[in-house]
Design a protein around this ligand. Structure first.
Ligand code: BGC
Length: 745
């Protein structure tokens, strides 16, 4: 294209409607250029899959590249964009993708932790900030939200999602889409909903493993968050690595076209996950010609890192196996995304050098991250020890106590650890000269990391001699008034490709914890983790336990805010914490079975659904989390005992802060369909409200119950509410609820 024609197109982009603009542009494109738009390759500045040789600049100049990922730095992005825009025939700008999962330079808590805040507004604001920082660095497309429901904590990627509940998952997915995308201003990025679909149901929690489930379960338990994010207007979707009904998601026409496009009316574009078209070959459905053909026909628009569309589509077209319109449809969707982002108006829209100085790691962003982190910590046990007083001697012990790089957690591709405080530094600041912090690392993460199947965890922690380190820790504990243990996982022990078969505190840490407890000193365990961990011994023996997940760049200060009582803990679990590994998968919204253990029964019951060696109950249920105060729930009231499909009901409950601290509570509403055409879960979250109550204050919380909250997918996958009796439950977690019944007439 001549420079003049390009200029005409560029200038007119602002004025021409999207369809018309893209039509016009496509009418000037060659087949090669169209296929080029479907090609997404890595810059390898960050590694998130197999490193591949990709001559980005050359391909961009030739118009054979639609998008890049893992290119780091605004100057690099600008240069690539310049090549694409100034050197290629048509000057089509690139999408610049990256895994901006929970913040950028200001790192927010890992997504699983964020979900434990149940603070939808704060989560949306976190995404807005993440997009602002990412776009300041040239990124215009973020690979988030990850809305995969997961009920198996062996799967490391539970860290990246919102836990086990579809209702909460929907609200969080929508909030993240809104936060990232806003109205596609220059501080907004396009969201990418992943991993479509069912990736979180990998068998045995082993990453990339087989998924197989009934349609009824899919629709009722797993699909809703993807749908909600689609309806919230997410610009793109990423297909998953796994099979759905035996067909790799990337090549699954039912999933990507019938469900996503036809049923849900989704109009964004679909990208594969890293190398998925090639992995479909390994899944065993044919060679690359077959998988490229099937992926395109299934509804995949862009190929991430398989180079398969690039290599195969022209030949497939010539052979008559795909049509020109198959290619055009995909190309159009990619171009529409670029149009929505305003890249045709200004390809350098996200490359403003001044923003690097003003938009990153600002005081406002750090404050938001710190406040959010404090809301994510879940207090699991407290025998009157917390909050700590800033006095005397506090022994701070553990491999995560003075480490700078691990606090941020997995998928922190924009972090700058040298800017962040360690927990030790934050604690020293917090106590000033009122108390003394006695620090010892105490042990390694594992006695011998090499025993961990050869895994390397990245973000290493200095290795110490376990024997010597333990003696030092015990010496300090003896001298101290209280012991604070910072123990758990390293950041990279959860996230992608980080499945575990043992979910307890790793060996040497457990040994050290036991010896510290044996000193008789009160012990606080701060558990750093990207997943639910099994802490049955700890629950019996440690004075206080707070799960702090990975809290992001401001972890240190946020922990101090809560530990010393400036804020009361308010996080509530969004994944059930098992008591024993053998209970997994364990989740609150299960079916009743024909032989449930009756409520209140103790001990093993022959011929009932239970274990001979362990109770069914988890250690801590979904929705659980303590506070420094206590909340008392009044008797809930319904304004009627029956409703019609057109009408509704309201449930009101009074919640009183009966303790001595101002604090937040998450009031949760659950519903059970007592008799339906298919067996329905014993309870399902249908509403929640996070409220703030001053000490002594009380408030009525009201939930409106409508027919949509009673609907489910029946055996014919019709979304129905069936008349009959329902139980409605309200409480501060999924176990301790008060129940009422009503009828849908
Ligand atoms: C992950 C995705 C990620 C992609 C790009 C893949 O390995 O599964 O979640 O967005 O890489 O980095």
């Amino acid at each position: 294209m001549t420079a003049t024609l390009l200029a005409a197109l560029t200038v007119s982009a602002q004025k021409m409607p999207m369809m018309e603009y893209v039509d016009h542009l496509m009418s000037t494109m060659t087949l090669e250029e169209k296929i080029g738009q479907l090609n997404l390759l890595p810059g390898n500045d960050i590694t998130t899959g197999a490193v591949m040789n990709s001559p980005l600049a050359q391909l961009a100049a030739e118009g054979k590249l639609g998008a890049v990922l893992n290119v780091k730095g605004q100057d690099k992005v600008r240069e690539l964009q310049r090549v694409a825009v100034e050197q290629s025939r048509l000057g089509i700008p690139l999408l610049i993708g990256q895994d901006v999962i929970h913040g950028n330079q200001t790192v927010f808590p890992i997504p699983l932790a964020q979900s434990c805040s149940w603070d939808i507004e704060a989560i949306e604001n976190g995404a807005r900030i993440a997009a602002k920082e990412a776009t300041a660095q040239g990124i215009n497309w973020v690979y988030s939200p990850m809305v995969d429901i997961a009920i198996d904590p062996r799967w490391g990627r539970v860290a990246e999602g919102a836990g086990e509940d579809p209702f909460l998952g929907c609200r969080i997915g929508e909030a993240l889409v809104r936060g990232y995308q806003g109205c596609y201003g220059k501080e907004n990025a396009m969201a990418c909903v992943k991993h479509f679909a069912l990736y979180g149901a990998a068998e045995a929690g082993r990453d990339y493993n087989t998924v197989d489930m009934s349609r009824v379960r899919m629709y009722n338990q797993y699909l809703e968050p993807y749908k909600a994010a689609a309806k919230a207007g997410a610009g793109s979707f990423m297909s998953s690595f796994n099979v759905v009904d035996g067909v790799p998601a990337t090549c699954n026409r039912w999933l990507l076209t019938e469900l996503l496009r036809n049923d849900w009316q989704y109009d964004g574009f679909v990208v594969t996950d890293y190398g998925s078209i090639n992995e479909a070959v390994v899944h065993g459905i044919g060679d690359q010609t077959v998988t490229a053909e099937r992926a395109l026909k299934a509804g995949t628009d862009m190929d991430m890192c398989s180079f398969a569309f690039f290599s195969q589509l022209a030949g497939l077209l010539q052979a008559g196996r795909i049509t020109q319109s198959d290619i055009d449809t995909a190309c159009r969707r990619v171009l529409e995304a670029k149009y929505k982002l305003g890249l045709f108006d200004n390809p350098y829209r996200f490359c403003e050098p001044e923003r690097l100085k003003t938009d990153l790691y600002t005081a406002e962003h750090r404050q938001a991250a710190r406040e959010m982190a404090a809301e994510t910590f879940v207090l699991l046990k407290n025998d009157g020890l917390l909050p700590l007083k800033k006095q005397g001697k506090i022994a701070l012990i553990g491999p995560l106590a003075d480490n700078r790089s691990n606090m941020v957690g997995c998928w922190s591709t924009g972090d700058t650890p040298e800017l962040y405080s360690t927990l030790k530094e934050a604690m020293e600041r917090a106590v000033g000269d009122k108390a003394r912090i006695l620090f010892a690392q105490g042990c390694n993460i594992y006695a011998d990391e090499a025993t961990q199947n050869g895994a390397s965890f990245g973000r290493p922690i200095d290795r110490v001699d376990d024997g010597q380190a333990k003696s030092e820790a015990l010496r300090l504990a003896a001298e101290a008034d209280v012991v604070v243990c910072a123990m758990g996982e390293m950041a990279e022990m959860s996230g992608e490709s980080s499945s575990r078969t043992d979910l307890s505190l790793p060996d040497v840490q457990m040994n050290l914890l036991k010896e510290l407890v044996a000193t008789g000193k009160p012990v606080v365990l701060l558990n750093f983790s990207g997943r639910p961990t099994i802490m049955s011994w700890e629950a019996e023996n440690v004075t206080a336990i707070m799960n702090v997940w990975f809290g992001g760049s401001e972890t240190g200060d946020a922990i101090c805010d809560v530990l010393f009582g400036d804020k009361s803990p308010s996080g509530h679990l969004t994944m059930t914490m098992p008591k024993a590994l053998g209970q997994i998968p364990i989740y609150y919204n299960h079916l009743n079975t024909g032989r449930p253990v009756p409520a209140g029964a103790s001990g093993f019951l022959k011929y009932q659904s239970n274990y001979i060696d362990e109770r069914n109950e988890p250690l801590y249920p979904f929705g659980y989390g303590l506070s420094y105060t206590t909340f008392e729930y009044g008797t809930p009231r319904l304004d009627a005992t029956s409703m019609t499909a057109e009408g509704g009901l309201t449930l009101t409950v009074n919640v009183r802060n009966t303790g001595g601290y101002d604090a937040d509570e998450v009031v949760q509403l659950y519903i059970r369909d007592l008799a339906a055409s298919i067996s329905r879960p014993v309870k399902e979250l249908k509403g929640f409200e996070r409220i703030t109550l001053k000490a002594g204050e009380s408030r009525d919380v009201t939930f409106n119950i409508n027919v949509d909250m009673l609907k489910f997918y029946d055996s014919d996958l019709r979304h129905v509410a069936e008349p009959g009796d329902f139980e409605v439950m309200v409480g501060g977690n999924s176990r301790d609820v008060q129940r009422l019944t009503f009828t849908l007439r």
